[in-house]
Write a protein that binds this ligand. Sequence first.
Ligand SMILES: Cc1cc2nc3c(=O)[nH]c(=O)nc-3n(C[C@H](O)[C@H](O)[C@H](O)COP(=O)(O)OP(=O)(O)OC[C@H]3O[C@@H](n4cnc5c(N)ncnc54)[C@H](O)[C@@H]3O)c2cc1C
Length: 468
Amino acid sequence: MMPLNVQLWKRFPSPSSILLPYFQEGSCTPYTPGNETCALGNQVSYAINSTGKGALGLWTHNLKSIDFITQYQGLNYSGSAVRLGAGVQAFEAYAAASAAGLIILGGWCPTVGITGGFVAGGGHGPLTSTLGLAADNVLEMEVVTADGQLRTLSPTENSDLFWAIRGGGGGTFGVTISVTAKVFPDRRIGAANFQLLASAQTEEEAFWDAVDEFHSQLPTWVDQGGFAAFILTQQLLYARPLTFPGKSQADVEQLLAPLSDWLDARNITYSLTITEASGLLQHVGSVEPLPYGEDAAGQVTGGRFIPRQTLENNRDSVLSAARSILQDPDFRILGTGMKATTDLSGLPAGDNAIPPAWREAILGYEITAGWNYTAPFAENALLQQRMTTEAVPALEQVTPGSGAYLNEANFQQPDWQHAFYGSNYARLLQIKQKYDPESLFYAATAVGSEAWEVADDGRLCRAQRRGY
Ligand SMILES: Cc1cc2nc3c(=O)[nH]c(=O)nc-3n(C[C@H](O)[C@H](O)[C@H](O)COP(=O)(O)OP(=O)(O)OC[C@H]3O[C@@H](n4cnc5c(N)ncnc54)[C@H](O)[C@@H]3O)c2cc1C
């Protein structure tokens, strides 16, 4: 595989950009000289976001409308809402909402779109433990289904598809054109940046004891509406930030006092900075410089939800699993401590396809590794293999029956139907077959992807034609 030109391939404003280098069809890129032959497929002759021959990518970045609705009237909700076009990214939504004194539920990275894969996968962010998941706050959607029909989805129209597409994953039920979602009054946001270095401690175990204590505080924090985003490596625990919507600086000082008291009593060295922002845009901007932020995508990924019950009753097992994964210096863990229960949004339980494992979780552990752009493809592929056979299984062992967030997981996840969709899978598959009987839409671990088979040479074939 030819080395990638990172500068060219990491630009989201270009329809030829790709996120994960694993999936680049490396033999023929838009930059391959026209007189060279391709090992697979043909020269790319169209400028769309597709890396496979015969695939069609849809460029949503011209669908940028953001329309606020003062009094939306729906079956289960009346109040303020916003209708977002399919191409709206978080930095645009946050800025427009802030100017109107409102907040919209998006993710951390300002460039991640809101209406596509984010909402379809569930969508967590700084407001999750306060207002629920993004998918829990969607009121209505416009979607083009495989038969070419533009359909409105809501609790009263195409309600089965509306259920499925909020949590059942992007790219498989139809093409989302717009999402109408609840908006809320903007509010102050208290936050803390916390850093702990193994090298700063006199004993190695002190670092891990402190990580364990940090874990032990998560239930209290999320019950107070907090969202804990953190990085964990063998050497570092860096929470940047702990977010407490609606809380003041003094509130956060109080919430963090049990942790700092515990650390002080043991002479453990750490740094803690507590701040207060006037609103969501200001808070996100203090973490991710706007408009684009600096958060890079994990290029080799895997993940697992840690149930609240496991963290509360068997915290040692979570720490041991994390330590064993991080013994491999290629891996790091991105933690998302949150509560994603339906009471936060007032959604009736089971009213969308968010998997039960997420409702029961208190923590998402995403394991990531970087891609070495100067190493051969096979070397990087081995890393993804270790993710599949070693890293993720270490977490699975201590969280039997749980699952993983499909947007922050391993595309090679065995038993992905259960891991990503849980007990919703059978119903999701029925809905997929109803609206897309020919399986026009495909993604590797999306609902219904069993209808296709990736052949050894990388081509996608109908499973039944290959005797499956
Ligand atoms: C830097 C970074 C930070 C992230 N931070 C967060 C976070 O804070 N919280 C969180 O929950 N997730 C986060 N994610 C994960 C994110 O939710 C997923 O990457 C999600 O799939 C992004 O959706 P997208 O539409 O922008 O992406 P794409 O890569 O364009 O799409 C992902 C999937 O959705 C489908 N899709 C996209 N648009 C549409 C559409 N209009 N209609 C139908 N299907 C569509 C695609 O076909 C594909 O299958 C982050 C990802 C990155 C790279």
